[in-house]
Design a protein around this ligand. Structure first.
Ligand code: PGA
Length: 227
C-alpha cells in the first residue's frame, strides 16, 4: 500500500520522458567517433543505447564499433566535454510544461531521478525554464548507485518529504530501467509510451500508460486516489 494523504510526490525520469534528447546525445557521440576516425552511428542505434547512464552508453557504442574497451574512459571524458551543455537538438515532449504546472499548482512536490549526469541534467532544465518546478534533482552521478537500483529514486522521494524505506508517491518514466527501478523501490509507475522503451508495454511492470502529457494530471490523481 502506498498511501498519499497530501498531494503525493511525483518523480520524473528525464531522457525519453520529459525530453527527447536522443538527437543531442547522437550528435555528441558521433563527434567523438569522428575524432577517432570511426564511422558514425545512426540515431536509432544511439537512442537504443540510452537509459543506463553515460558509462553504459559508451560500453554499448564501443560494442557497436571497432574501438577497444581500454579507450572507454577517454571516450567518456571526450564525450562529456561536449555533452555537459548539449541542448540545441533537445525538445520537451508536447504538453510537458503545462502538465508540470498543473501538478505543481495542485501541491504535488516534484522531483527528477535520471541516470543522466547532473551537469547536463541541470543544463537542460535551465534551458527549458523548468528547473524551479523541481524540489529535488538526482542525477546519474549523484549517488554511487544508478537506476535500476532503487537508491536514487528513494533518495528523490526522501528529499520530497516521503519516508525513505516506504516511499509514497508516483514515478513517471519511459524505459525498462525506470519500470525496474519503480518495482525495486515499491512505488507505482506511470509509463510514457513515446520514449526509448525497447520492450513491449505488456512486458513492463507499470500502473498505467500514456502517450500525451495532457493525460498525466488525471492519471496521477487516479493513482493517488486508489492507493
Ligand atoms: O542518460 C541516460 O542514459 C538515461 O537518462 P534517463 O534516466 O533520464 O532516462
Amino acid at each position: 500500500m502506498n498511501v498519499c494523504f497530501a498531494p503525493c510526490p511525483v518523480v520524473f525520469d528525464l531522457d525519453g520522458t520529459l525530453i527527447d534528447s536522443a538527437p543531442d546525445i547522437h550528435a555528441c557521440v558521433n563527434t567523438v567517433l569522428r575524432l577517432q576516425g570511426v564511422r558514425p552511428l545512426t540515431l536509432d542505434q544511439v537512442r537504443g543505447f540510452v537509459g543506463g547512464g553515460v558509462d553504459l552508453l559508451w560500453r554499448r557504442v564501443i560494442g557497436a564499433t571497432d574501438l577497444p574497451i581500454e579507450a572507454h574512459r577517454d571516450l567518456v571524458a571526450s564525450f562529456m566535454t561536449r555533452y555537459h551543455d548539449a541542448t540545441a537538438l533537445t525538445r520537451l515532449y508536447p504538453n510537458v510544461t503545462e502538465a508540470l504546472g498543473v501538478l505543481a499548482d495542485r501541491g504535488h512536490p516534484l522531483g527528477i531521478c535520471t541516470n543522466k549526469p547532473l551537469g547536463p541534467t541541470r543544463a537542460v532544465l535551465d534551458h527549458f525554464g523548468i528547473a524551479q518546478l523541481f524540489g529535488t534533482v538526482i542525477g546519474g552521478d549523484s549517488l554511487p548507485q544508478k537506476k535500476p537500483d532503487p537508491a536514487p529514486l528513494r533518495a528523490a522521494f526522501a528529499a520530497l518529504g516521503s519516508a525513505p524505506d516506504a516511499p509514497q508517491g508516483i514515478f513517471v518514466g519511459d524505459s525498462e530501467f525506470d519500470a525496474e527501478t519503480a518495482r525495486n523501490a515499491g512505488v507505482p509507475m506511470l509509463l510514457f509510451l513515446r520514449g526509448y522503451r525497447k520492450t513491449a508495454v505488456e512486458d513492463l511492470p507499470h500502473r498505467a500508460a500514456f502517450d500525451d502529457f495532457a493525460q498525466l494530471p488525471a492519471l496521477v490523481e487516479g493513482v493517488a486516489a486508489l492507493d
